[in-house]
Design a protein around this ligand. Structure first.
Ligand code: NAD
Ligand code: MG
Length: 387
């Protein structure tokens, strides 16, 4: 039977991306329905979401949330707990599109599970590609999956590539806002507070990616994400600072033509594009008035003040499990900073020390990646007290 509505699985439904996606679903009920919602532990919000969207399944990650939802949500919704259940439910045939928007390496296994079930995947969880890009892309190819990128830069590139022969691409140019410390001298990095680092000039996002944007680790991860998604050597992927965040990224072609995608900084646009693909969804939006942005500026990134970026290049070049370790060390470092255990500058020191000690696997399997991830977390956590 011909289906009119896309049936969605929203992984990370309580987060910044997840809630924005659900706002779209709510506004366009004739296009979408929700089959599965999943999140870590925010049971109050999940309860509200269950009431509005009436999913068939909710999967949480903590016992407390599981008990609360089991008691309070209508019996027409099945409540389950843990990643193994999530990996099974995400494969159910009713699901047309999976929005992978869990934060961190916790998103890897559910994303792989969705790939193995041949789902269309709107990918926000860039960490899946940072941790295990080689494996994820191999499985995606074997299962004929084309990811629909949600990250604004990768969505921009994806949009620029529509109708193009990929062999005609010479260079990808990822733009970066530069974060809140773009103009802060290195000497003043020592007194950066948590609230300073959480004040992103252009984007309102989850805490982890906001800190990654302040260190430029996020842009390093996006380099790795672009490398795997678009299959171009890192030498052909440039990063350019563009503080206004109006041009979301660019593609240069072999004939000297360059295409860009523009818009006001609002994640709704790339989420809409991924959810609606191959169609565009009509939606109320804030128009880009170029007169308001009469000066668009561009700079080279400063890898001396933001050494995380160089680390991403180095780990990508080394290959194997290097970027998996980088991600794990970074997740621990960001958490330690947010919990006032280390300073902003010591995040870099901690990651660097951790990478020196972490194990390396040349051609990792999923089990190897999971092992490297958990070992690096242990190593990094132990190093916190030595910093
Ligand atoms: P967030 O912190 O706001 O939300 C994260 C979501 O993941 C929450 O629903 C949380 O409950 C869930 N989660 C966390 N740990 C989990 C676990 N162990 N098991 C199951 N669920 C878990 O994060 P966000 O800003 O929405 O980012 C989500 C992903 O999208 C990240 O990978 C991020 O890099 C990417 N992304 C976000 C933005 C943005 O604007 N927020 C932009 C581009 C890319
Ligand atoms: Mg981005």
């Amino acid at each position: 039977m011909f289906k009119i509505k896309k049936s969605l699985a929203i992984l990370g439904s309580t987060g910044s991306i997840g809630t924005q996606a659900l706002s779209i679903v709510r506004a366009r009920p004739e296009m979408f329905e929700v089959f599965l919602l999943s999140a870590n532990s925010n049971c109050e919000l999940l309860y509200k979401q269950a009431k509005i969207f009436k999913p068939k399944h909710i999967v949480v990650n903590t016992q407390e949330a599981y008990i609360f939802l089991k008691k309070n949500v209508k019996k027409t919704t099945t409540i389950s707990m843990g990643v193994d259940n999530l990996c099974q439910i995400v494969q159910l045939p009713e699901i047309d599109l999976v929005l992978s928007a869990i934060v961190g390496s916790a998103g890897l296994r559910p994303t792989i599970s969705a790939i193995l079930a041949n789902k269309n995947i709107a990918l926000a969880n860039k960490e899946s590609l940072v941790v295990a890009g080689e494996l994820v892309m191999r499985l995606a190819k074997e299962n004929s999956i084309d990811f629909l990128p949600v990250d604004s830069e990768h969505s921009a590139i994806f949009q620029c590539l529509v109708g193009e022969d990929f062999k005609s691409v010479d260079r990808l140019i990822l733009t970066a806002s530069g974060g809140p410390f773009l103009n802060r001298p290195k000497k003043q990095f020592n007194n950066i507070s948590i609230s300073d680092a959480l004040k992103h000039p252009n984007w309102k996002m989850g805490k982890k990616i906001t800190i990654d944007s302040a260190t430029l680790m996020n842009k390093g991860f996006e380099l790795i994400e672009a490398y795997w998604l678009f299959g171009l050597s890192e030498k052909c992927i440039d990063i350019i600072i563009h503080p206004e965040s109006i041009i979301h990224s660019l593609v240069e072609f072999v004939d000297g033509s360059t295409k860009a995608q523009l818009g006001v900084p609002d994640m709704t646009t790339p989420i809409l594009y991924a959810l609606g693909f191959p169609k565009r969804i009509k939606y109320p939006f804030k128009s880009l008035n170029l007169i308001d942005y009469s000066k668009l500026t561009f700079f080279q990134p400063d890898k001396l003040r933001f050494p995380h970026l160089q680390l991403a290049y180095d780990c990508l070049k080394r290959g194997g499990s290097s970027t998996c370790s980088l991600n794990a060390a970074n997740e621990i470092a960001v958490n330690a900073f947010l919990n006032k255990k280390i300073s902003f500058v010591n995040m870099f020191k901690l990651i660097e020390m951790s990478l020196e000690k972490s194990i390396f696997v040349d051609d990792p399997s999923l089990e190897d990646y999971l092992h490297v991830d958990s070992e690096t977390r242990k190593i990094t956590s132990e190093l916190i007290s030595k910093i």
